[in-house]
Structure formats: C-alpha cells, structure tokens
Ligand binder design. Structure first.
Ligand code: FPP
Length: 251
C-alpha cells in the first residue's frame, strides 16, 4: 500500500473501503433457494455497490470474492463460486470499462483453472487504462497466505543477495502484499450481522474502521453504503496518538 491516501482533484479525502460480501447462503435459505442462487444474487449486489461507491468519496474498493478457506466447501459450491468472476465480467465488463473502473483480481492464481485465469487477465487488461475508480476483487485470497507469500518473496531476495534482513521495513513489506498498489485501508464493511474479519486484509486492517451491518449481501445497495459511510464519518481516527484537545484537557 502507498504511504498515505491521496486526495481527489477537488481536494476532498478519498477513501479505500473493503467489503466482506457475506450472507449469500442465508439469503438463499430464507427463500428456499439453492445457495448457488444466493451467490448469483451476490453478483448483482456487487454491480449495484460498485456503481453506488463510484458516486461517493470511495475511490478504491476491495471486495472478498473467494477465500483460501472457501476451498473446503462442497465441490458443487466451489464450482459455482469459481464461475462467479466469469458471470460478473461477462455481464459487466463493458460498463466497468466505459465508466473508468480499473479491475484487479488479487490472490493466488494456483488452483484456478486456466480458463478462469484467462478471464481474469482479460478483465484486467481491458480496464488497465482506467483511473476513475479502482476495484480489487480478492479471489483465492487469504490475509495470512498473502503475508506468507510476501515474506517468502522477501526471503528470496535475501537468499539471492539482493537484500539484507534489515532492509525490511513496514513500507517495504506493504509493497510486497497483494494490495501494494492501493492506498491505506480506511474502512471495512461487513454485512450479514457477523462481526469478524475472516482472514481478510489482516495487515491492511491495522488502522481501518469497522462497520458491521445487519443486511445480507444480496440485499446490499446504495442506501446501506451511505449508512456505512455516515458511521465512518462519525469516527474519531487517532492512529494510536491523542488529539490536541485531549492533550490540553489532560493538562
Ligand atoms: C460469503 O457468503 C460469500 C462468498 C463466499 C462469495 C462472495 C461472492 C459474491 C458476493 C459474488 C461476487 C463475486 C465475484 C467474484 C464477482 P456465504 O456463502 O458464506 O453466506 P452465508 O454465511 O449466509 O452462508
């Protein structure tokens, strides 16, 4: 991640938000539908939310599409989840391209089919020139796996004599992570009522604010995003320091 958040051309703070898109299965169950239809409805919610986010001060959005732990789901559900990027890009890549969204799929490529890797690379290439909004889709991603992969990359540099152990700083470690190209994370949103991180953006979450919302992901939309941003705006972010008024009050 870059060292500090940029501002918009108008000078307003722009945000990097992340969403754990949770609750597809429960949404389907409530309706007596197979889980696969919950995931498909989740794709529609992603489309709505990317459009809505682009109308706010969010400029980077990182969403959790498939975790390294999701491989342990039944094979049929894993197959359905593996088909989601194709479903999403086939139906939305033209709009993403047209509306200036740059797509990146972050996570391990091992385990993905060659067809899926081709679909991902095609979506990334088609939107590579865009810079109005940045969408990172974490797919076959795990926070711990990402930290291990970054540590391995640095260890390889040391083993090759290109770096010394002392060269490793928080900033250089940031630059080895899957989110290296995005600014620091401001906000993590988790719908569905669950209140945990589930191995998402572990390193990046250090000073992010959390907003948990009682809505299942397939029902998520612009109003929920607005409510999350309102909650975020009311937070007092101190990054471990104290604000000057409190120093005065402490006398
Ligand atoms: C967690 O809900 C959700 C997932 C494992 C899949 C998330 C995928 C989408 C929202 C679709 C968009 C994705 C891409 C890659 C374009 P769950 O199934 O665990 O729900 P539950 O907790 O209610 O069972």
């Amino acid at each position: 991640m870059a060292a500090s958040n940029p501002t918009s051309p108008e000078g307003a703070a722009v945000l990097h938000a992340a969403i754990v898109m949770d609750g597809n299965g429960r949404w389907a169950k409530q309706r007596g539908l197979p889980r696969s239809l919950g995931h498909r409805a989740g794709v529609e919610a992603l489309k709505r939310t990317v459009s809505a986010a682009a109308q706010t001060n969010i400029r980077w959005l990182t969403v959790f599409g498939f975790s390294t732990e999701n491989w342990s789901r039944p094979a049929a559900e894993v197959a359905e989840l593996m088909a989601l990027p194709k479903r999403y890009f086939e139906s939305d890549i033209e709009r993403l391209e047209r509306e200036g969204v740059r797509v990146r799929v972050v996570g391990r490529r091992e385990g993905l089919s060659p067809e899926l890797v081709r679909i991902i690379e095609n979506a990334q290439a088609r939107t590579a020139h865009n810079d109005r909004f940045f969408l990172n889709i974490a797919f076959n991603y795990g926070g711990r796996a990402d930290i291990v992969d970054a540590a391995r990359r640095f260890a390889a540099e040391v083993a090759a004599g290109r770096a010394r152990p002392d060269d490793l700083t928080e900033a250089t470690f940031d630059s080895l992570l899957a989110t290296a190209d995005s600014p620091p994370l401001d906000l993590i949103i988790r719908p569905s009522g669950e209140q945990r991180l589930s191995n998402f953006l572990l390193w990046e979450a250090a000073y992010a604010e959390f907003v948990f919302q009682d809505v299942l992901w397939p029902d998520y939309g612009a109003d929920h995003l607005k409510a999350a941003l309102a909650a975020f705006a009311a937070r007092d972010r101190r990054y471990g320091a104290v604000i000057p008024d409190d120093v005065l009050a402490a006398g």
